[in-house]
Design a binder for this molecule. Sequence first.
Ligand code: ADP
Ligand code: MG
Length: 676
Amino acid sequence: MASETTITSDLAEPASRTAALSSRWSGLLIALLFVLALAFPYLIGNDAYVNVMADAFAYATLALGLNIVIGFAGLLDLGYAAFFAIGAYTYGILSSFQLHPAWSGFWQPFAWLELVKKVPLGDATVVHFTVSFWICLVLAALIAAFFGILFGAPTLRLRGDYLAIVTLGFGEIVPIIVRNWPWLTNGAAGLNGAQPPRLFGWSFGVWALPYYYVVLGLVVLLIFVSVSLRDSRVGRAWMALRDDDIAASAMGVDLTRYKLLAFAIGAGFAGMTGVFYVAKLQTITPDMFMFPVSVMIIVMIVLGGMGSVWGVVVGAMFLSLLQSWFLPDLSTWASAFGQATGIGFLQNVDFAQSTELIFGIILVLMMLYRRDGLIPAHRKQVAMSFSQQNAQVGESGSFRLSGIGGESPANAVPALEIKGITVRFGGLVALKSVDITVPAGGVVAVIGPNGSGKSTLFNVITGLTSAESGSIRLYGENILGLKPHAIAKKGIARTFQNLRLFTNLTVMDNVLIGQHARLTTGPIGAVLHLPHARAEEARARARAMEILINFGNRLTPRINQNVAALSYANRRRTEISRALAAAPRVLLLDEPTAGMNPAETLELAQQIKALHNLGLTIMVIEHKLDVVVRLADTVVVLDHGEKIAEGKPDEVRQNEEVLRAYLGRNTQAGRAGIAA
Ligand code: ADP
Ligand code: MG
């Protein structure tokens, strides 16, 4: 084992060395940019430009938040500005004179905490809210996150266009409510009198410089949070559900939880930005949060590169500066040029009026020529060296893996007990009262003609399809009716007949997502880089390597390649690795050798056999009868959703009914065919 590990790390090394090199350079670049950003106000020495820059950073924070929802989790949210509004009004209301309830003893503790002040108003004494900017940053993030969950919950079953339309609706509803709730928000006239932030008793006032540093800090914080989440179990779960939500749930990702988490965190970012924006502007109106704002943030993300943290920051800064700095300047130059040359139309040109047109043109050009954005989230793949491609590692056909299998056939409780399962799709009965028992440590093959219900059987076992009647027990425990992710957690992992890998992610990421149900790091552990989270991540990566090594040089040199770049056979191997990563008690393989050539089939059959030898319980759907005979203890034959035969491979081979089902009525010819 030890020698193999070193060989493999050698193989993987060139890739990791370039990664380390590029990460050192990018670290330097980031440090340089940060120093530049810190020095910018002093280099430029003009408060107006500092102000423009602060606004650009505010857009970057908004874009970072929406990037979590759209870029990471793939949930198209067209009403994101609503959360910006919620944050803004939170601070607006809690720091202005908009609400002034009559003073009573109830408010005294709040006054001690300096959240409110007792002020005279006419003859009465009223409460003046004076909640600090810093508290509101956190509070608004929490309130916006709450609304993120509230608005997200009804959209959980929606995808793509439908999700976009519903979120668009929410985005429109919030400004309408704000406009029609004057006692709280002062309606369309807008809320005035929000206080500028104070720091150690000193008020920021209207000077742009302190705001600039606050928002710069916010951008740095949110970049850090985004990157930490992206590279953690949480970020991988988002990207998994973005790429293929069915496969993600079958690998143990709780879709509800992770979608809501994305909505909540994205909304939290917007809420914080809202607080900053109001504190700087000291006034808010409902028009500031209409649909065009949401669209503008989406354009920023598309321009920068969906899912790319740095790209999104660049995209947001670029468009924001384009609008508030370059276009007005350009208009000035154009009119100066027009006056000098006497070209009439240039004298009155105002590009800032046509920002939306210019944004539209940028969007179209990006879609045509650079769909992944300025800084794509997925880096270009480096070609592998000859030695990497041809190195031989380990011997294929064996499988060494700790912590898997070890099930004993002597176990009286069967691993899987399927009883009376019936599945109907409208009028079609896909499975009709099917009974199958899979003993612990056994291999059961399911065969049958196309459309006989084999894949449907796997879908029922893994919770992707619901059954009309029957029961399924995993080591005696009922699993029918559980959600797919819960079933995965209980110990069933699977592969899919037509491959459901996360194609935009690397081989390593795919196998790491396979471990989702076995890991525990949550968003807080990931962002704070807690020791247990880091240790778990390191263990998970080591485990992934341990699995991948079993496929020799097929996958180990390719761990940092996107799955989309792999050959078909390698994708099958990756999918099996991903399933094994879940440390399953029962492994379901749906036509694992489909599309493989005879040599590859033989190799994979040996590997499956080796898994069986480890004591792993396996259920396999397979067409190639030589593979079935080689692997299975028991063969179950399905035809038109009914179990027509069950037994040892040799018995089933002789069964008249099986031959008829497989090869038509002519049994004699059928037998010749099946024996061949
Ligand atoms: P097999 O894997 O044995 O080739 P399947 O289980 O994929 O067969 O399909 C069994 C039958 O159920 C087929 O007739 C198929 O068309 C139908 N079927 C499978 N999934 C669905 C679905 N989601 N909706 C409607 N019909 C389905
Ligand atoms: Mg099938």
